[in-house]
Structures are given as structure tokens and as C-alpha cells.
Design a protein around this ligand. Sequence first.
Ligand code: ASP
Length: 294
Amino acid sequence: MSQSNKQYAFALHGGAGAVAGRNYHSVEEHLLGLTKECETLLANGCSALDVVETAVIEMETSGMYVAGRGSAPNTAGYVELDASIMYGPSREAGAVAALPGFESPIQIARGVMEKTPHVLLAGAGAAAFARDNGYAEVENPDDYYRLPVGVTKDETTNSNAHGTVGAVALDQSGALAAATSTGGTFGKLEGRIGDTPLIGPGTWADDNIAISCTGTGEHIIRAGGAVSIACAFKSGASLDDAINGMLDEVKRLGGDAGVIAVTRLQKIATLYNSDGMKRASVSSKQPLQVATFA
Ligand code: ASP
């Protein structure tokens, strides 16, 4: 806990697609190390935006999660990636959807935010933007992509399996930021876009709260997702009630999901209604916690 008396909060997830009974020890170790690293960054005055991007890049490039290197091909046989990032104080946001062929979609999402007047670029246009701006491309997909931890080969064509990564942070200046990245659901159709690259459903940050969602994207979109939690919270609901309201709606619609959130007052919530969610959190008030199941 608290490397200083300065105030910050951080949480991350490695997806709500954890399957009961499986061993996620190596993932938890990875989340633990990453959370310590991000805590140090925040304690040293790093911005929430840089910290959430750093956390997501490390998860994307690890190949341990269903994002970046751990992604599986769509039914047409190639990987399409979704990612988004949002900075609360200015509400600036950037995202890429159905992006083929790049190592770190979250970096490109940030590029969309900072280098274009747009919020979301998709498909061939997103790839052209990434190429023009020199982001690292996957040279040899057969060598690059790998099976994420806890996922069997058979499951990569099963549309019920899913995973994602995300991070939320409050920095010492009081700024909040959120970032989310995914390879989507396994067995997805070419061109399928879930909640993750959508500012509102998948990712949200404003002056009060930063949120990253994971779970069955179609249901999260239809339930309102992250921004519906932010609205409920702003209207006076407790953090847990605001999140559980959205999660209950996902469940009612036939899906499952998980949410991580941090607030301006350093509250942290990591809630889910799937079997489990790989997650970790820390703040200047709360010791580091890491878990997958209850
Ligand atoms: N929400 C992601 C999607 O639907 C998947 C996940 O979070 O596991 O693409």
C-alpha cells in the first residue's frame, strides 16, 4: 500500500472470461507485477493516461490475454483488434476497431485521439493510419500470435469464449483515465465489433469516474455499458450499485460481464457476474489485491 502519502488509485483486468476450476496463477503473477509497476508510476507523479496505456500495452504484448498477441482469428482466418482510451478531464478519446495486423492497438487508439479530429477509426482506414504513423506491424502472424493462458485450442473457435484487458487510473492531479483492448470473442465473424472500442459502452472516463468493461460485448452494448454506470453514479447511486445495475442488465439479456472502476475519491470496484475476472487493484488507501475468482 501507499508508497507515499500522495493520492492515487489503479485497477486492471485481464478479462471476465475466466473459467471456473482453471489455473490462472501465472496471470495473477503478471497482474501483480504490472500493478506494482503502475503504482510506482502513479506514486512518482505519472499521468493516469500514460499509466493506463502502459498497463494495456504490456498486457497486449504479453500474449497471456485475449488481446494483442493473444488474439485468435475471426471466421475469415485473420485477427481483428479493438481498443479504446479516454482521458477524463478533457473527455478526449480515441479508438480503433476491426484493426488487422498491428502489435499494440491501444497505442494506435491513443494516436487517433492525439493526431486526428476523430474518435474512432475502423478496418482498412485504421490500418492505413497506423502504417502512416509508424506503429509496429505484425510481420508474421503465424509466429506472432499465441494461445492465451487458460484457453484451449478448441475454444478459439467457440463464440462463447472471450477475454479482454483494461486499466483505470486516478493520478495525483485528480485526473482519471481508462483504456481497454481486445481480440474480441472467439469465433467472431469478420468485421464484428464489440463494446471494447466504443467510447461509452466499453470505456469511459470523466471528472468523477473511470471505467473499463469486459464480457460479452453484444450484451454490454445493449445494456448501456460503462457510460450508464457513470450516469447512475453521478445521479447518486453507490459505486457498487451503479455497476451491479449494468451487470444485472447484461445478465438479463443473456450475457455476462465484468467492470473495473476508480473514482475521483479513490474508490475502487472490480465486480463481475461471469465465473471469474482476472483483476488487480491498489490505491494510496488500499493494499494491492489480485484475484481471479471470488
Ligand atoms: N467485451 C469483449 C468483446 O465483446 C470481450 C471480452 O471482454 O471478453 O469483444
